[in-house]
Design a protein around this ligand. Structure first.
Ligand code: FES
Length: 461
């Protein structure tokens, strides 16, 4: 990894990025995007930056075509062509307007080769895949003909204004059914906005390309799909629907289709398995190939509603369990979504006997010249909370019962003694224990269905 110092008219930031990555690819995962209108091929010339310092690759052919000799001599480069070989400093000549949408870092994506190509396609070659999450929405644009992922985006689910977790949103619609259309529109508009962002920045045209999308596939938990299609959540509240598929299809498919502005797209919502087992778990199963692996494999999609799959070598056994939103950082004193400023990893710090932690998006908020760990945290997300509980147990700060060895009082125990936003209280530990216990109970129940208990005993260990 190298450090890229980014100067703008507003200040200076530091970003850790892998050697070999282009500056545009690195910036696209942050709030500091440059203008762009091609997929990083160097053909639009919009992503201008000025190289102030650092060893980088020579000018590319595209830069010889887009930049004059004078501009090249002044240090102007195209961010999509610029690949630092060590620490470097740049100035953003063409910052893009602020946006909620960021690219998903490549290390968080499955290899594109997992999807086949469809050489027979002659038109409508674009396909859009959407993971409609309670907290975040992830969108990918694919070239279906070549089986190539063109670009991705990740941004917040704007339905969050109606509640951080699915139950609050379902309650909103139950109390005020007229709100169903509003929630549906929020999610739909966000997805369309993400697609438009990709088309504008990575394809170069928006409206004509919307017409070239042949397929839009959306997966999500059952509640999210029901809210997307304006159903509300009444069916989810009925126990008879907890073990059978719920119809999340729009009531008026033609009118619904028109609202997406993708006139030729086959809009596909793969069927949710049951009341609280969504099509996102089906996507998880396909992505991980769980049922192609050894018998006794368990998959958990952890969240407010944790979905669990068990492959016994012949059958998939599925269940879900509501554990409360603690795993998503909700209902926790200093809990927050996995967003910039959230502590996402905690580990013991052997050098000083304290704790070390990672903070999401930390590189962008590091004032130049300071160490990464001095970035102030704004709170703790679910993975950070799980790590913190494990580490506090390991260090004897927490007892196995969940009580603090030495009571920290109502203020809670601060992971960072100087930052009150890192405090964890006894009530937080209680919420975490209940979520963990519910999840463990579901796992045990699923494992007990096994026809080969001896093997599962091995898995549980
Ligand atoms: S020239 Fe760099 S994104 Fe188009």
């Amino acid at each position: 990894m190298l450090t890229l110092q980014i100067r703008t008219d507003q200040g200076e930031h530091a970003l850790a990025m892998p050697v070999g990555q282009s500056v545009r690819e690195a910036l696209d995962t942050t709030d500091l995007r440059v203008r762009a209108a091609c997929g990083g091929t160097g053909s639009c010339g919009a992503c201008l930056v000025r190289l102030m310092q650092g060893e980088v690759n020579p000018h590319t052919l595209a830069e010889y075509q887009k930049l004059t000799a004078e501009e090249r001599a002044e240090g102007l480069r195209l961010a999509c062509q610029l690949r630092p070989r060590g620490d470097a400093v740049i100035f953003l000549e063409q910052p893009a307007p602020p946006s909620h949408w960021k690219s998903i870092p490549p290390e968080n994506l499955l290899p594109a080769s997992t999807l086949g190509s469809r050489a027979e396609l002659t038109q409508r070659i674009y396909g859009v895949a959407v993971d409609l999450g309670t907290t975040h929405i992830r969108v990918a644009l694919w070239d279906r003909k070549r089986g190539k992922r063109i670009a991705t985006r990740r941004g917040p689910n704007p339905q969050g204004v109606f509640g951080a977790d699915v139950l609050n949103r379902l309650d909103t619609v139950r109390a005020r059914p007229e709100r169903a259309a509003e929630l549906a529109k929020l999610a739909r508009s966000a997805i369309v906005q993400a697609v438009r962002d990709i088309l504008a920045r990575d394809v170069g045209e928006v409206t004509p390309m919307l017409a070239e999308i042949g397929e839009l596939i959306i997966v999500g938990n059952t509640a999210m799909l029901a809210l997307l299609t304006g159903h509300g959540g009444e069916a989810l509240m009925q126990p008879e629907n907890w073990q059978s598929a719920i119809d999340c299809r729009p009531r008026d498919p033609i009118a619904w289709h028109e609202q997406w502005f993708m006139p030729h797209a086959n809009i596909w919502l793969p069927e949710a398995v049951a009341g609280f087992i969504g099509s996102d778990l089906v996507a998880d199963l396909i992505a991980t190939g769980l049922n192609e692996g050894p018998a006794g494999s368990l998959l958990l999609d952890v969240g407010t509603n944790t979905e669990i799959a068990l492959w016994d070598g012949q059958h998939l056994h599925l269940t879900s369990v509501p554990g409360g939103p603690a795993f998503e950082g909700v209902g926790i004193r200093n809990g927050m979504p996995a967003e910039v400023g959230a502590i996402c990893r905690v580990r013991p710090n052997a050098s000083n006997g304290g704790l070390a932690f990672e903070i999401l998006g930390a590189p962008l908020s590091i004032p130049t010249g300071t160490a990464p760990n001095t970035t102030p945290a704004r709170g703790i997300c679910g993975s950070g909370l799980a790590d913190a509980v494990a580490v506090l147990l390991e260090l004897g700060i927490l007892k196995p019962s969940g009580r603090f060895t030495v009571s920290p009082g109502a203020e809670g125990y601060r992971l960072d003694p100087g930052n009150p936003r890192t405090a964890i209280t006894g009530v937080d530990i209680d919420a975490f224990q209940r979520a963990k216990a519910a999840t463990a109970a579901a796992m045990e129940t699923l494992l007990s269905t096994s026809p080969t208990p001896r093997h599962w005993a091995c898995c549980r260990r």
